[in-house]
Design a protein around this ligand. Sequence first.
Ligand code: SIN
Length: 222
Amino acid sequence: MHRETWIFGYGSLIWRPAFRFEEMAPGYITGWARRFWQGSTDHRGVPGAPGRVVTLIPEPGARCWGMAYRIAPADLDEVLRALDHREQGGYARHDVPLYLADGRAEGAAWTATVYLATPGNSDYLGEAPLAEIAAQVLASRGPSGSNVEYVLRLAEALEAMSADDEHVTELARLVRGRAQEQGTSARPDRPAERRGAHRPRPSEGSPGAELSVEDGGLSAAP
Ligand code: SIN
């Protein structure tokens, strides 16, 4: 039996993990599709004016690419505590079979913990036309920054791993186009996190990096 502990990120956890891990590896899970159907009132929106962030929807045959992180046993409790806090806006932990791009996790004998938000949670927004989702994204901002940043960072991160996701790509295209029409910036708020910033000990965040509420509540960004 495989006993390593992996966390699979498919949203902000791809581009801003902000927790200690021993290894990161691109991978995918099957039977789940990534959708901007979860409302965010604590990171990319506020109560009464939620932003839109991703969750996973069951879809037979679907493949969702993301980033898998191997966590040292000694760090596990602390990492899960921080992630439970960060993902408290409607997400719960689930175990899913994990496949790594390098083929190590063949045969679904490996599992990963994933945070997913199901329709039962009070922030769930559900399906909407992409044009409506884009308009909501452009209008939303929360304690972790703009909703636009969330969408564009995710699209860029997936593109960097050559992972196809039509829903995300199309939404990013709409958001960029609308922002251009409105003469507003569709640039993410801040520079991308350097990948080395969350390599194993002793570092916990890159020196001088702006940590947001999304970073597990380590310090709140304005
Ligand atoms: C994830 O990234 O895996 C969960 C959703 C999010 O925090 O954006």
